[in-house]
Ligand binder design. Sequence first.
Ligand SMILES: Cc1ncc(C[n+]2csc(CCOP(=O)(O)OP(=O)(O)O)c2C)c(N)n1
Ligand SMILES: [Mg+2]
Length: 323
Amino acid sequence: MQLSREELLQAYRRMKVIREFEERLHVEIATGQIAGFTHLYCGQEAVAVGVCEHLDASDKIVSTHRGHGHCLAKGCDVDGMMKEIYGSREGLCNGKGGSMHIADVDKGMLGANGIVGAGAPIAVGAALSLKLDGQGKVAITFSGDGACNQGTTFEAMNLAVVTKAPCIFVFENNHYSEHTGFEYAVGTNKDIASRAEAFGMKVWRADGTDFFAVYETMRDVLEYVRDGNGPAAVEFDTERFFGHFEGDPQNYRGKGELERIRAERDCLTNFRQKVADAKLLEGTVLDAIDEEVLDQIDAAVDAARAAERPQAEDVLTNVYVTY
Ligand SMILES: Cc1ncc(C[n+]2csc(CCOP(=O)(O)OP(=O)(O)O)c2C)c(N)n1
Ligand SMILES: [Mg+2]
């Protein structure tokens, strides 16, 4: 483990912010105060944070419909995101993106996306422009086990190899595509990373519920891609703690499955255990972070509830680019 104390604390705080942001949204959505569809990222925090802790704002990421965690890991403002999800004109995208279309270009977060598989081609385009810039920057696309079956993903992977684009395909295998199990929906070869390998990419695989496994793996992946070797792919095995969308009754889950994954595959518990065993961080310090994060999320919700709603004159703003 080569992370400094500050880096460890920052990683834990980021994962905890995502966790509490999502746990609280789960409650807020049930009040009916938030319009539209919401897909929670809770359970997958170690992937977003283990990837994005290596990046700065000039590296780009492209997200999915389950994008809150990617946004927060890339440094998007917590208040701005909560306001966005609440549909406020003070939100990160003036309330016009909502949960599924948050973007923050200044942070290198090129957007969440409601179309499954649409992120990969965007990331390849961004990677090509970064290649032309020649500064060793990368574009990363997050995709699910469902998106790995989409033609867009295949085309993007091929184009990335052909053009040697500095693009990284991060596959988050949470075992479900909506309500359809991965075991059913992915063909006889269950090894998602091998699909990228078939196009000629170097690939990695790791446990996505272990922050350290994600972080160490990404160090190697990024070194390879930043060195100009072309694209790469990595598959992280992970878990989603809530339904596909908020309101999903999850009848397709096995008996006791949710309880089991929360008990055995929680990346925050895993992180705490690892840093305690290695005597790197004290539990009391992490408890203090937990308290601060809860206060931060409380404040974000209060601010979002009080924030200005859209006005009629907002309808035509931010619709077209004006040159
Ligand atoms: C092109 C397209 N097809 C279908 C859908 C409906 N849909 C939304 S999310 C989803 C499942 C995606 O599964 P996965 O890629 O594993 O991501 P996860 O939901 O697990 O994060 C589907 C089929 C869609 N939004 N876009
Ligand atoms: Mg999935």
